[in-house]
Write a protein that binds this ligand. Structure first.
Ligand code: ADP
Ligand code: ZN
Length: 821
């Protein structure tokens, strides 16, 4: 079949593929990386499909294959096509998720003066003259580089264009150098036997002499290790002469060895034997394994593992992986955020030492590159990572596990494609005949709905497990007390801590137990406000109040924009009315930590939020210190809600439950419930049990009532009714279009025009089940200087009224957005 449909790595958002002819004798398959001509350039492309007939008549030839072996397997090629269709994203962007790191090479334009341009035509504009001057004396210069050199020159682009047209400048194209290569280390390898090497070493030693002694040391080291990096051999005293002699004697060989840059290298996990499973756990594992053993594509293999916090879900994952491995199948495990779940990574590492690969964006490009290739070669039984790890080239995939499946981090919310890992995993597993396990204590309402509609098989772990003398026993979930903060104010208590929480903290600390305090807002105060006119300082480029941070810098706080990270010195007087009474309003984690130290003298505190975890291993360091009981109180944002298992924590205090509750979003109640239930789940994981105190101004909100009773089903019933009456997911689907532009007026008008066009299209196609909402300003109406407006399409098939090609510049499309904000 002589034609190929190719997704091209062009900078523009192109949804469709291009047709190329496969030249005689070139082997090309779907998933292969190729070079193709594109206009005057050569670009990288991925073959989506090989066809007998051309879809476009004047097809040009593929120039060359980049890699003999297709980079992407057929099932994943099909998954990319699905992603592109479903998420309305360019196909190449979808392939990009699956390509080796550093694969993409930027197309570059080179400019060079034609040799006769030197001292040539008089009739040049100033700009044209400046361009020629900048290039004179150089070989070809990359156009971006030239523009930088001409910084600020007006009309530079036009001048270049005109010079090219007049033949005074020559333009050519190339691809930027690859950003990463395999790491190759020259290595000295022993060729003779170990015994032989030792014998020779002894001979050298007997002969004596400094140089010979050094040779003896080297041979001993080689006998011990088999091979040494050349640099280390040199450090041990290997001279060029000695190396020549060794080589001549057939003792050693110097060769280039490719080494794997493994981020887990140096972490030795001691293997931990699996515990005996409880009957509930065993039932869940059996169901998953049975699904793997059934043949055929349509067998249902997706599971919702609904287990309360601490019910032993992780043990189910581990056992399922073990069984899958016995059948020659490998696994991918997704976690919400890898740095926040060091304990989970450790548990996988301890059960399968040396067989776990981690993949995430915190790796260096080299590590990432090497892990990708090692995974593709089948070196690891398990790949573990955040959402993007779903696209790791794990062969013989039998099992995909998504832990804490309700987490919003599984949705890509920027760039393209804006996929949800859960949805994508379903599609991948179906194509690979793999089982999918979605685990959560607080399943996404949509996931649970799908389970009740039998699209997923529901597996339940209703009992919390606590380790006790070598075995395990069932334990109740921690008791929750809801404190009405209005009552505290009435009673004259102005502390951050209600009387109940203060008493409970005192008791826990006196008993030598640990406490976690949760507040979903970092910083000291939430904002500054003028007492006289009410003015709140906002970020200059984002329409959002600035957050006050105390320990930003010695000698005074800073105002920080949490969207663009810009920092400001707090004004001394109100910029609006000139008044001097600027006050800090609201609280953040910094203030909570400070209050704990003040009200409980001598208490040792630790804080865990974005502000204190800038480095790569900071999370683990804080966790280790708290586990070692170097602190009594851990104060944190939602980072402390995820999966931590710290048995000495007997009390969890929620400083304010209300922060996420009043967002104007239909998922606000669900979100609040999930967050609080997860935080609460950190208490009482040890033999002493535990309790939770939740402070709120709205104690009778359904989400808080459901959480206080640990009643997921009450929350679910309420949410499902709301969604049904409003046509929100799972009853209808949403597509959110966001337009952003620096001109406030322009942005608004574009959005109005788009909404009108969509309504007309809706009417034209006769789609009563689709409606268009908006335009409405985004929740943060301006970010980094760009105004943002949303249009929401709601209905059974909202994408149907959108055009087939990519949207115009400035528009971003989000299919199934996690929020309508
Ligand atoms: P989850 O993932 O649901 O939060 P975990 O798997 O972390 O629950 O289990 C909670 C605790 O109980 C962990 O300390 C775990 O080691 C322990 N555990 C779970 N299942 C068993 C079992 N069958 N036997 C012994 N200990 C268990
Ligand atoms: Zn900002």
């Amino acid at each position: 079949m002589p034609y190929a449909e190719v997704a091209v790595n062009a900078a523009a958002p192109i949804r469709q593929t291009f047709t190329y002819r496969i030249p005689e004798g070139m082997a090309v398959a779907a998933g292969q990386a190729v070079y193709v001509p594109f206009g005057a350039r050569t670009l990288q492309g991925i073959v989506a499909e090989v066809t007998a007939e051309p879809r476009y008549q004047d097809a040009r030839d593929i120039e060359a294959v980049i890699d003999e072996r297709p980079l992407i397997t057929p099932e994943r090629v099909a998954l990319a096509a699905w992603l592109s269709d479903y998420y309305l994203a360019p196909l190449f962007d979808c392939f990009s998720l699956m390509l080796p790191p550093g694969f993409k090479r930027r197309p570059q334009t080179l400019l060079q003066t034609a040799f006769w341009a030197e001292g040539a035509p008089a009739e040049l504009s100033d700009a044209e003259r400046a361009v020629l001057d900048a290039l004179s004396g150089h070989e070809a210069v990359e156009s971006e580089e030239l523009k930088r050199a001409l910084k600020g020159l007006r009309g530079a682009a036009r001048a270049i264009g005109s010079l090219v047209r007049r033949g005074l400048l020559a333009r050519s194209y190339r691809l930027a150098r690859p950003a990463v290569q395999p790491k190759v280390v020259p290595t000295v390898t022993l060729r003779s036997t170990e015994d032989d090497a030792r014998r020779r070493a002894d001979e050298f030693r007997e002969d004596g002499g400094r140089g010979l002694l050094r040779r003896a040391v080297l041979l001993d080291a080689l006998a011990e290790e088999g091979s040494l990096p050349l640099s280390r051999a040199r450090a041990l005293g290997l001279t060029p002469a000695a190396l020549r002699d060794f080589e001549a004697d057939g003792l050693v060989l110097v060769e280039d060895v490719t080494v794997v840059r493994d981020p887990l290298a140096g972490r030795e996990y001691a293997r931990r034997e699996p515990p005996a499973l409880t009957p509930d756990q065993q039932r869940a594992v059996d169901a998953i394994i049975a699904a793997l053993d059934r043949q055929g594509e349509d067998e249902r293999r997706a599971f919702l593992l609904h287990g309360i916090t601490g019910s032993g879900k992780t043990e189910v994952y581990l056992a399922a992986i073990d069984h899958a491995a016995a059948r020659g199948r490998r696994a991918i495990v997704l976690v919400p955020e890898i740095s926040l779940t060091p304990q989970t990574v450790r548990r996988f590492g301890e059960r399968f030492p040396g067989e776990v690969a981690v993949m995430h964006s915190g790796l260096s490009l080299g590590e990432h590159f090497d892990m990708w290739h090692a995974v593709r070669d089948g070196r690891y039984r398990i790949v573990i990572g955040p959402r993007g790890a779903l696209f790791a080239p794990q062969p013989d995939l039998g099992l995909v596990i998504i832990d804490e499946e309700h987490e919003w981090t599984y949705k890509q919310q920027e760039g393209s494609p804006r996929y949800h890992a859960r949805r994508a995993a379903e599609e991948l597993c179906r194509r690979m005949g793999a089982a999918l396990v979605l685990g959560s204590a607080t399943p996404d309402v949509e996931t649970h709905f799908r389970a009740s509609a039998k699209a997923y098989t529901l597996l339940e772990l209703p009992q919390r497990l606590v380790r006790s003398d070598g075995g395990v026993r069932e334990a109740p979930l921690p008791e929750v007390e809801v404190v009405d903060l209005r009552e505290e104010l009435k009673a004259g208590n102005r502390s951050i801590f209600s009387r109940s929480l203060a008493r409970a903290m005192r008791e826990a600390l006196d008993a030598g137990e640990q406490v976690m305090l949760f507040l979903n807002r970092r910083g000291a105060a939430s904002f500054l406000q003028c007492r006289d006119c009410g003015h709140v300082p906002e970020c200059k480029s984002c329409a959002v109040a600035l957050t006050y941070h105390e320990d930003e810098m010695p000698g005074g706080g800073r105002l920080v924009c949490h969207y663009c990270h810009r920092r400001y010195t707090p004004p001394a007087t109100c910029p609006q009315c000139g008044g001097a009474r600027l006050r800090q309003v609201g609280i953040g984690t910094e203030r909570v930590e400070e209050a704990a130290r003040r009200e409980f003298p001598g208490v040792r505190t630790l804080r865990w939020d974005r502000d204190v975890t800038r480095g790569r291993d900071q999370h683990e360091a804080i966790l280790a210190r708290f586990l070692a009981h170097e602190a009594d109180v851990l104060v944190g944002t939602q980072m402390i809600a995820k999966g931590l298992d710290i048995p000495a924590v007997t009390l969890v205090g929620v400083i304010s439950a209300d922060i996420a509750l009043h967002l104007p979003d239909f998922r606000a109640g669900e979100r609040t419930f999930q967050l609080l239930e997860q935080v609460a789940g950190r208490a009482g994981r040890g033999p002493k049990g535990g309790r939770v105190i939740v402070q709120t101004y709205t104690p009778d909100h359904y989400a808080i009532e459901a959480m206080a009773a640990h009643d997921y089903h009450a929350l679910y019933a309420r949410e499902i009714e709301n969604r049904r009456s409003l046509g929100y997911p799972p009853f209808g689907r949403l597509v959110r279009l966001t337009y952003s532009h620096t001109g406030a007026d322009y942005a608004y008008k574009q959005t109005v025009a788009m909404a009108r066009r969509l309504r007309e299209e809706c009417a034209r196609l006769g789609r009563p089940n689709v409606d268009v909402l908006g335009p409405s300003p985004a929740y943060v109406p301006r970010i980094r200087g760009r105004w943002r407006w949303n249009v929401i399409i709601r209905g059974d098939d909202p994408a149907a009224i959108l055009p087939d090609e990519a949207l115009p510049r400035g528009w971003a499309v989000d299919v199934d957005p996690v929020s309508v904000l």
